[in-house]
Design a binder for this molecule. Structure first.
Ligand code: HEC
Ligand code: HEC
Ligand code: HEC
Ligand code: HEC
Ligand code: HEC
Ligand code: HEC
Ligand code: HEC
Ligand code: HEC
Ligand code: HEC
Length: 451
């Protein structure tokens, strides 16, 4: 094969240089003014480095590094080959810069911004440089959302990282460096099934968090909560850390937004809560909507015991001396207790009948209606409106009454059947008696006639 003429190569190289210069004009990373590189490699400031051009689909870095014997040098190339970034239009230069067309160590050209060791402070700027650039990302993956870096920058994680705090996570603490996978992959540390482990790697580590005024019990509590247990049981709707905190914002939902964090999944409760006097009242006092009664990490199964004026009632945490709320708590509590008893009686009646071998037709349906209304009343409690609770309680009661009626009518039928059976039995016995008397009479006469 004939090799191309040097002139042609020069023209081609010039063209490439020109194309490479275009993306530089739309660099999006703000200049890291407060982030001087510690290793002195940043002779070219981050902001003026260009994103790799789509023409850079050569990656001599990977080809050479894959052949090196030093594992520290070879492993990145091996991992990269199976990572989300394996497209050579991203390349090693996507993060390290340098010259991806130079097959020699000249590729490590400082003049092209080569950065062998991106620092903790630089990483979010490097990742964010691409992941904030919708045009660039769209060219390679039209479905990938952008904007993670903007959220991250506003979070406490991002602020601490930018200030050089070594404990706070940067992008690669959570995603990895060379082996970055899409979150959908079970191999990714940010995959839904791995997130709690990732977050608790820091947040449950007392030593790591010792320098901060923050609790370290979130993971333990979550694991034991109704949510953690549903999660462990494989419920795909159960929340893990990021369901409530977000992945990149990672802020605790504040008092004003917590209802929405919970309401993403508990929409009915959120809407009913918003119709209650608590909606305004909590806002005025800066109380966190759902968390004030259910807590945040150790959410337990809810029960009617929470309502009332007894020592265990949640209402009394705040209303020990408030006249109207005490009255409302009592009223709702009594309604709930009444409904619970009626429902329990109805279930017991059906159970008794079933044990006695009675088939109560219609009972499964009416018990279903009891259960549906019971589910409904548990959410209607959030309105704090005794009249609305009363309306659903009436539904429970009428379905329970209907169940009782069905049981009674089945029992009555059984009694009637029994009465008929005994009457027939009695009649049969009488007939038998009459017949045997007659037979004895005939027998006697025959013997008398014979003698
Ligand atoms: C011809 C083979 C070759 C090519 C091409 C090459 N490298 Fe290297 N690279 C090496 C060798 C050998 C070392 C270790 C010695 C050194 O630092 O020069 C190294 C070191 C590095 C290091 C620093 C490792 C450390 O711990 O200090 C990084 C990062 C790196 N290369 C990335 C790249 C990138 C990015 C490219 C492409 C722009 C590239 N390399 C191209 C062979 C190569
Ligand atoms: C998504 C960004 C990204 C890409 C793409 C990337 N690297 Fe890295 N690389 C990093 C980061 C971050 C570090 C960590 C710097 C440090 O801690 O010293 C690193 C470190 C390294 C090191 C030093 C390893 C060590 O243990 O000291 C080598 C060598 C290296 N990269 C080579 C490569 C090669 C070769 C490629 C392409 C096959 C590549 N990298 C692609 C982000 C990247
Ligand atoms: C040079 C641009 C560039 C840089 C720098 C870069 N990425 Fe990416 N990244 C991309 C592109 C483009 C994709 C989509 C690749 C594809 O789907 O083919 C991607 C994919 C990903 C994915 C997989 C997303 C998915 O759902 O498929 C994650 C996670 C990711 N990058 C995180 C990072 C992190 C963390 C860093 C920094 C350590 C980083 N990226 C640096 C361009 C970049
Ligand atoms: C505290 C851990 C954490 C940090 C730090 C982090 N991410 Fe993520 N990232 C996640 C999680 C978890 C997901 C999975 C998606 C989700 O749960 O919303 C994700 C998803 C992604 C995705 C896939 C697309 C998407 O939005 O779902 C990209 C791209 C990404 N992150 C880039 C970045 C970049 C860039 C940075 C740094 C600026 C960064 N991440 C920092 C945890 C983190
Ligand atoms: C590498 C360690 C590390 C990892 C991993 C990590 N965090 Fe953090 N996180 C911190 C540090 C450090 C703070 C700052 C604590 C402080 O200042 O009170 C923090 C703070 C927080 C805060 C409080 C923010 C605020 O505004 O008060 C939340 C919420 C949080 N992290 C959630 C998460 C979630 C969710 C994950 C997993 C997706 C996670 N973190 C992963 C280290 C980590
Ligand atoms: C059901 C939603 C939910 C889940 C799941 C959840 N959190 Fe939280 N988290 C919250 C709320 C709400 C707050 C705010 C606390 C408040 O205002 O009472 C919070 C606060 C925090 C804080 C700040 C310090 C504190 O304890 O108040 C950290 C750190 C935190 N969560 C980490 C985690 C981690 C790690 C996980 C996963 C193991 C997790 N969270 C799971 C809702 C949740
Ligand atoms: C990602 C969805 C999701 C989010 C966000 C969420 N939950 Fe849940 N929650 C669930 C699921 C699923 C269950 C059901 C678990 C089961 O029944 O096994 C549940 C159960 C509950 C229960 C117990 C229900 C019962 O039958 O007694 C309460 C109380 C609760 N959540 C409150 C909250 C609060 C408060 C928040 C916000 C701090 C919240 N949830 C955020 C999905 C979510
Ligand atoms: C004033 C205290 C209080 C507040 C505030 C509160 N709840 Fe409840 N919640 C209760 C009580 C009491 C029950 C149990 C009622 C029962 O079982 O009879 C309950 C039950 C629940 C249940 C289980 C029953 C069902 O409807 O499935 C969920 C889920 C729930 N609440 C979510 C939320 C959410 C989400 C918020 C915030 C929008 C919230 N709660 C605010 C007291 C409260
Ligand atoms: C975390 C504290 C807290 C808990 C727990 C709580 N409340 Fe309240 N409640 C408030 C606040 C704050 C207001 C608004 C009072 C105000 O702004 O004057 C309020 C208002 C009310 C009102 C309206 C009072 C009026 O004057 O119109 C009723 C009724 C009420 N609560 C009933 C209940 C019941 C029933 C429970 C238990 C299921 C309960 N509350 C639990 C804090 C709480």
């Amino acid at each position: 094969m004939r090799s191309p003429s040097p002139l042609l190569l020069a023209v081609f190289a010039g063209l490439l240089a020109l194309l490479g210069a275009v993306p530089a004009a739309r660099a999006v990373v703000p200049a890291p003014s407060a982030a001087p590189s510690t290793n002195g490699a940043a002779s070219v400031p981050l902001a003026s480095r260009s994103l790799p051009s789509p023409m850079n689909a050569t990656n001599t870095c990977a080809s050479c590094h894959a052949t090196l014997t030093d594992t520290k040098l070879r492993t990145p190339a091996k991992e990269y080959a199976h990572s989300a970034h394996r497209d050579d239009r991203i390349g090693c230069v996507g993060c390290h810069h340098g010259d991806p067309r130079d097959p020699t160590v000249g590729a490590h050209a400082k003049s092209m911004g080569f950065e062998p060791h991106p620092t903790h402070v630089e990483v979010p700027q490097i990742c964010g440089g691409c992941h904030s650039d919708a045009a660039f990302i769209r060219r390679l993956n039209g479905r990938l959302p952008v904007g993670q870096a903007a959220l991250f920058t506003l979070s406490l994680h991002g602020k601490l990282t930018a200030a050089g705090d070594g404990v706070a996570p940067d992008c690669s603490t959570c995603h990895g460096k060379h082996d970055i996978q899409p979150p959908s992959s079970p191999l990714s540390p940010v995959n839904r099934t791995n997130v709690a482990k990732l977050c608790s790697g820091c947040h449950a580590d007392k030593q790591k968090m010792a320098g901060y005024d923050i609790r370290t019990d979130q993971f333990e509590k979550w694991k034991k909560s109704v949510h953690g247990q549903a999660f462990a049981a494989g419920n795909p709707n159960a929340p893990t850390c990021t369901s409530c905190h977000g992945a990149h914002a990672s802020t605790p939902p504040d008092a004003a937004s917590v209802a929405h964090a919970c309401g993403r999944c508990h929409e009915t409760e959120m809407q009913l809560f918003e119709q209650s006097p608590h909606s305004q009242g909590f806002r005025r006092r800066g109380l966190a909507a759902c968390v004030a009664c259910h807590s945040n990490h150790d959410v337990a199964r809810a029960s009617a015991i929470m309502v009332g004026t007894g020592p265990d009632a949640t209402c009394m945490k705040c209303h020990n001396n408030d006249e109207k709320p005490r009255r409302v708590a009592d009223e709702i509590s009594n309604l709930l207790r009444g409904a619970r008893e009626r429902a329990a009686d109805a279930r017991a009646a059906v159970a008794r009948a079933t044990t006695a071998g009675l088939r109560v037709s219609g009972a499964p349906y009416s018990l279903d209606q009891v259960a549906t209304a019971e589910t409904k009343v548990r959410s209607v409690v959030h309105t704090l409106d005794p009249a609305r609770v009363q309306a659903v309680v009436s539904d429970i009661e009428s379905a329970a009454d209907e169940t009782q009626r069905l049981v009674q009518s089945a029992e009555r039928n059984r009694r009637l059947e029994r009465r008929g059976y005994y009457a027939a039995l009695g009649l049969g016995a009488l007939l038998l008696l009459a017949l045997s008397l007659k037979a004895m009479d005939l027998d006697r006469r025959r013997r008398q006639g014979g003698s």
